[in-house]
Design a protein around this ligand. Structure first.
Ligand SMILES: NC(=O)c1ccc[n+]([C@@H]2O[C@H](COP(=O)([O-])OP(=O)(O)OC[C@H]3O[C@@H](n4cnc5c(N)ncnc54)[C@H](O)[C@@H]3O)[C@@H](O)[C@H]2O)c1
Length: 274
C-alpha cells in the first residue's frame, strides 16, 4: 500500500526552493549541483561571492544540458554575522530546503590552541550554525514546511590528537540538531545532520599533503580510500526530499565504514581469493 506515492519520484525536488550555504566549495558545491539535478531551484550562498557564482554557473550549465524549470542564483552571506543571517530567509524568499556546510578546523593540540583560535572555530562551526538554524527554522515553522540539513562529522564521536575544538563543535552541532528537531518537527520542519568521514575537499588538503597522515586516513576506513565530494550528495538529497518525510533529529553517517571498524582493514585480514 503506497497511498498513491509515485516511488519513481521519491527523491525529486521539483517546485522546491533550496538554499545551500557554503556552496562555493567542497560538499556545498556538489550539493547545489545535485539539488538542481533533482529539480530544485537553488540559491548558492557563500562568504566568497566569486566561488558562489562559479557554482551557480556550473549549475546553469548542467541545467542547460538537461533542460528543466529550476532557477539558480548566487548570493553573498557571512554566516558569522548574526544580523545578516537573521535577515537572510526573507532575502532568499523563504526556502523549503536549507543545506548548511561552512566549518573550519585548526588542527592543533589542546595545549597549543590560542584563545583566538578557539573563538574562531566556535564562532563558525557552532554559533553560526545556531544563527542559521534559528533564522531558517523560524521561517520554515511559519510556513509549516521545510527540511534543514547541517554538516557534522565523524569527529563528533571519534578523534585523534588535534581535533579537540573541531570535534567538540561537531558534537554540539549534533545536539543542536536534535533540539531543533524537537522544537520544529511538529510544525512540518525536519532537521537532520550528515556526518562524513574523510572527503577530498579543500578543508582536508592539509592532511592529503602529508604522506603519512594521508595513508593513515586511507587505511582507517573499511572501504580503504578517501570519499569524493559527489559520494556525499545522495545523503543530502535524501534528507532534503520527501523520501525522508519521517526522518528528523537524525545523524546520517557517510564514512566508508570508518566508525564501524577498529582501525580499518588490512590486506592481511581480508579474505583471500584463490
Ligand atoms: N571534507 C571533509 O573531509 C569533511 C569531513 C567531515 C565533515 N565535513 C564537514 O562538511 C562541511 C563542508 O566541508 P567542505 O569540505 O565542503 O569544506 P570547504 O572548506 O571545501 O567549503 C566550505 C565553504 O564554506 C564557505 N564559508 C566559510 N566560512 C563562511 C562564512 N563565514 N559564511 C559563509 N560561507 C562560509 C567557504 O567559503 C567554502 O566555500 C563542514 O561542515 C565540514 O566540517 C567535511
Amino acid at each position: 500500500m503506497n497511498h498513491g506515492v509515485d516511488y519513481s519520484r521519491l527523491f525529486r525536488l521539483d517546485n522546491k526552493r533550496a538554499v545551500v550555504v557554503g556552496a562555493g566549495s567542497g560538499l556545498g558545491r556538489e550539493a547545489a549541483l545535485a539539488l538542481v539535478a533533482h529539480g530544485a531551484s537553488v540559491i548558492c550562498v557563500d562568504r566568497d561571492v566569486v566561488a558562489a557564482e562559479e557554482t551557480a554557473t556550473l549549475c546553469q550549465r548542467q541545467l542547460g544540458a538537461g533542460g528543466g524549470e529550476a532557477l539558480v542564483r548566487a548570493e553573498v552571506l557571512d554566516v558569522t554575522d548574526a544580523a545578516a543571517v537573521a535577515a537572510a530567509p526573507q532575502r532568499f524568499g523563504h526556502p523549503d530546503v536549507l543545506i548548511h556546510t561552512p566549518a573550519m578546523n585548526v588542527r592543533k593540540s589542546i595545549l597549543e590552541y590560542s584563545s583566538q583560535e578557539v573563538d574562531s572555530v566556535i564562532d563558525l562551526n557552532l554559533k553560526a550554525t545556531f544563527w542559521v538554524l534559528r533564522a531558517f527554522g523560524d521561517s520554515m515553522v511559519q510556513h509549516q514546511r521545510g527540511s534543514i540539513v547541517v554538516l557534522s562529522s565523524i569527529r563528533s564521536r571519534v578523534v585523534e590528537p588535534g581535533q579537540g575544538v573541531y570535534g567538540a563543535t561537531k558534537a554540539a552541532v549534533e545536539s543542536l540538531v536534535r533540539s531543533a528537531a524537537s522544537e520544529f518537527s511538529s510544525h512540518g520542519v525536519r532537521v537532520n545532520a550528515v556526518a562524513p568521514g574523510v572527503v577530498a575537499t579543500p578543508l582536508t588538503q592539509q592532511v592529503r599533503d602529508d604522506a603519512e597522515w594521508n595513508q593513515r586516513y586511507i587505511s582507517q576506513s573499511a572501504i580503504g580510500r578517501w570519499a569524493q565530494p559527489e559520494e556525499l550528495v545522495g545523503a543530502l538529497v535524501y534528507l532534503a526530499s520527501d523520501a525522508a518525510s519521517y526522518v528528523t533529529g537524525s545523524v546520517l553517517t557517510v564514512d566508508g565504514g570508518w566508525t564501524a571498524v577498529d582501525g580499518g582493514t588490512s590486506q592481511a585480514a581480508s579474505p583471500k581469493r584463490e
